[in-house]
Design a protein around this ligand. Structure first.
Ligand SMILES: [Zn+2]
Ligand SMILES: [Zn+2]
Length: 247
């Protein structure tokens, strides 16, 4: 499939040398930007304008302090940030990215994340991604979180290390609460011991595509900290808001 898509894109390059397809609506656009996004979509994208200082989720403009999630949940990462609310065009683009082998989305998605990273006052020593269970990664052909992390690694010259592996294939977590998800992912990740010396007292930037309840990012952060990391920051492309949650 991947090979076919590459050939298809090469053919398009010959027929339409400057073609850019908007990653959010699929329309050809003549506008050239690093985000591969047309003007119409740009204005409709659910950017997070005011974010919780702890988990990066959207909060009402002008409100202070952490969000309800952060009051309830005890996260193991130091701070998290996301670019978008996980809804509408962002949700459907992430679905295509994950399930339709739209690997060409990695660069524009990472560009959006790069904006957040560049304005964030942190100095990570390493960048890593939330790992996938190896059979699942084999089936999909790639780990989308790792694709985003390697793009960011190139952009910011940050060494990418596979610090963790996923050792259990836990069931789908859709509709689970933070507590249920935390239980579900507990001990699902293991530190790759060959990197033990590297991580001691280091700061790590952890990348994932979507922050849902934060249970996965928190569990991977716990594993990284147990292995010796002094701080873990989480950067995701999108952040879910649950319907029963006031923002
Ligand atoms: Zn568009
Ligand atoms: Zn929060």
């Amino acid at each position: 499939m991947k090979k076919f898509l590459n050939i298809f894109n090469k053919v398009l390059d010959v027929v339409y040398p400057n073609h850019v397809k908007c990653v959010f609506c699929g329309e050809e656009t003549s506008e050239t930007s690093v985000y591969d996004c047309c003007k119409k979509c740009w204005h409709e994208l659910p950017f997070i304008k005011s974010s919780c200082p702890r988990c990066g989720g959207p909060i009402l403009e002008g409100s202070s302090g952490v969000c309800l999630d952060c009051k309830r949940n005890n996260y193991d990462f130091d701070q998290a940030k996301s670019v978008f609310i996980y809804e509408g065009k962002v949700l459907s683009a992430v679905h295509r990215y994950k399930y339709n082998a739209c690997l060409n989305f990695s660069t524009p998605f990472a560009q959006f994340m790069a904006e957040i990273y560049a304005s964030w006052n942190i100095c990570p020593d390493y960048i890593t991604a939330v790992p996938m269970f190896k059979d699942k990664e084999k089936e999909r052909g790639y780990n989308q979180a790792k694709c985003l992390a390697t793009e960011l690694s190139k952009m910011f010259n940050l060494p990418y290390i596979d610090f963790c592996v996923k050792v259990t294939d836990n069931p789908s977590q859709t509709n689970f609460s933070f507590a249920e998800r935390s239980k579900n992912v507990l001990n699902a990740y293991k530190f790759n011991r060959e990197h033990k010396k590297l991580i001691k007292n280091k700061t790590v930037l952890l990348i994932d595509d979507v922050f849902t309840t934060g249970a996965t990012s928190s569990e991977v952060s716990r594993v990284l900290k147990n292995a010796g990391a002094s701080a873990v920051y989480v950067l995701t492309f999108a952040h879910t808001i649950r319907k029963n949650l006031k923002v």
